[in-house]
Ligand binder design. Structure first.
Ligand SMILES: [Zn+2]
Ligand SMILES: [Zn+2]
Length: 323
């Protein structure tokens, strides 16, 4: 499924089989998660090298590759970094200015076959079938990075309860944190879903939570939530914006930032984030709830994501049986 131009549906195309270059693995794609970033790319809110095959949560069967990867590998958003810049050499390869990203700069996993640089692939925990493993690779991984950047909050707010929050909620609850979930106004089903995954309270995004929060993560791409979240956190609290794109933030009142509140974003992932999270997920244990689609239904999956029509994560089932 190929993104040829922004704002057009992905196009089902027969393309030449990719051939692995030196250092690359060849994968038969079993499943590939759908992420809001794919929607931002399709909508032209992020630039991509077009045409491109989107998809950066690839679970693949290794057809050609180094033995240490095993039979099944995961391919995340971070596809390549330079290894030489001040960011790469200081443990911050997620900020490498020359970084390349799966499904944006190189073809991703909305396809039957994919190639990836073996150094950026992960072995996957065995307990997860392909469909359930796919959302770990971005929703889980970048969610866990955002959670780490909140510090050590006792009371954690999650704004937008989609694929990422449904995983982060489980991790945070297992760490003993108290989770407060905010959904689209009136989304009673989403609020029930959140309470079933470790949230002690769930309400509408504009609501004041029953207690002050120590930190909040904003997953929804909605800039209006920034001042709302800042007003919900206690002095010294942190608000992390976890999305790659967000609508404009309205003018901030300094009083909302005052008292040592911190506002920051989280960008991409490092390979260490991936290793840490994939080791942690089975220990929590994180359970992912997925809605599956065939490869040809990728446009439907993106529209359902936009409209909030499924709970948890959307996953394209390609070489694996529907989960
Ligand atoms: Zn993603
Ligand atoms: Zn670099």
């Amino acid at each position: 499924m190929v993104l040829t131009r922004p704002k057009l549906p992905l196009e089902l195309r027969e393309v030449a089989d990719p051939r692995p270059a030196t250092g690359q693995v060849l994968l038969r794609v079993l499943a590939c998660g759908v992420c809001r970033t794919d929607l931002h790319l399709a909508d032209g809110e992020l630039t991509a090298s077009l045409p491109v095959i989107p998809g950066h949560q690839i679970v693949g069967e290794v057809l050609e590759g180094p033995p240490e990867l095993g039979a099944r590998a995961g391919v995340p958003w971070l596809a390549w970094t330079c290894g030489e810049c001040r960011f790469c050499t200081s443990g911050r390869e997620n900020l490498c200015p020359r970084a390349r990203f799966t499904g944006r700069d190189i073809d991703g996993g909305f396809a039957e076959l994919a190639v990836a640089d073996a150094r950026y692939c992960f072995p996957l925990p065995e307990r997860y079938p392909a469909a359930q493993a796919a959302p770990l690779l971005c929703a889980g991984l970048i969610g866990a990075r955002a959670l780490r950047l909140t510090g050590d909050p006792e009371r954690l707010g999650l704004y937008g309860f989609g694929a990422s929050a449904h995983i982060v909620s489980q991790v945070a609850a297992a760490q003993g944190r108290r989770v407060f979930a905010f959904t689209r106004p009136g989304d009673a089903d989403g609020q029930r879903f959140a309470r079933g995954l470790g949230a002690e309270w769930a309400g509408d995004s504009g609501e004041t939570p029953p207690e002050e929060l120590d930190a909040a993560i904003i997953f929804a791409p909605v800039g209006e939530l920034v001042p709302i979240a800042l007003r919900a956190v206690a002095p010294g609290g942190t608000v992390v914006c976890a999305g790659i794109h967000m609508s404009d933030i309205p003018p901030l009142r300094y009083a909302d930032l005052w008292q040592e509140r911190t506002l920051r974003s989280v960008a991409n992932l490092t390979r260490q984030d991936g290793r840490d999270f994939l080791a942690m997920a089975p220990r929590v244990p994180v359970r992912t709830e997925v809605t599956t689609y065939s490869l040809e239904k990728a446009n439907r999956a993106l529209e359902d994501l936009r409209a909030g029509r499924f709970r948890g994560a959307g996953v394209l089932m390609i070489g694996a049986a529907p989960g």
